[in-house]
Design a protein around this ligand. Structure first.
Ligand code: RP5
Length: 165
């Protein structure tokens, strides 16, 4: 799936369709910032060849940042990072046990030389992965940088205007 016919700049991959509910936080954030993305389900373990192919061809498809979400023995982000020099942001999913700590450690504990930037477990991580991808793109896109500045200001206003009953 993709937001529009524009060239996608962010590639999102997740280990299972069961991750999609959470990862829609990432796609809705990218949509809010009008950043085109592609999103797919691919598994480091269940579809290893297709995962490697997706990562190897990401840059030539025009992608600039990759987001990988998985749960359990969450090797997807690491495998994607092994096959691409694009920045890879990993989102740990809360899967069937250990409240997502298994996923967090699987994504964060990469060996020296192949980095994955690891976000928080679950929906906060999904939103922040998209925001971090936008921040990376904003390094060379003043319009996006302006949108980020406005987003931060609006977020601060919402908190400061909160009325408690
Ligand atoms: C991981 O295992 C997926 O990323 C998902 O978080 C978890 C459970 O997958 P399903 O059994 O629901 O397909 O590979």
């Amino acid at each position: 799936m993709s937001t529009s016919s524009e060239t996608s700049l962010v590639g999102i991959v997740m280990g299972s369709a069961s991750d999609w509910d959470v990862m829609q936080r990432a796609t809705s954030t990218l949509t809010d910032f009008r950043v085109a993305y592609e999103a797919r389900v691919l598994s480091a373990h269940r579809t290893p060849d297709e995962t490697a192919e997706w990562a190897r061809t990401a840059e030539q498809r025009g992608l600039r940042v990759l987001i990988a979400a998985a749960g359990g023995a969450a090797h997807l982000a690491g495998v994607v990072a092994a096959h691409s020099v694009l920045p890879v942001l990993g989102v740990p999913m809360q899967a069937w046990s250990l409240d997502g700590l298994d996923s967090l450690l699987s994504i964060a504990q990469m060996p020296r030389g192949i980095p994955v930037a690891t976000l928080a477990i679950g929906s906060a991580g999904a939103t922040n992965a998209a925001l971090l991808a936008i921040e990376i793109l904003a390094l060379s896109n003043p319009g996006l940088r302006q949108q980020l500045t406005e987003f931060r200001a609006s977020q601060a206003r919402d908190i400061l205007n909160t009325k408690l009953e």
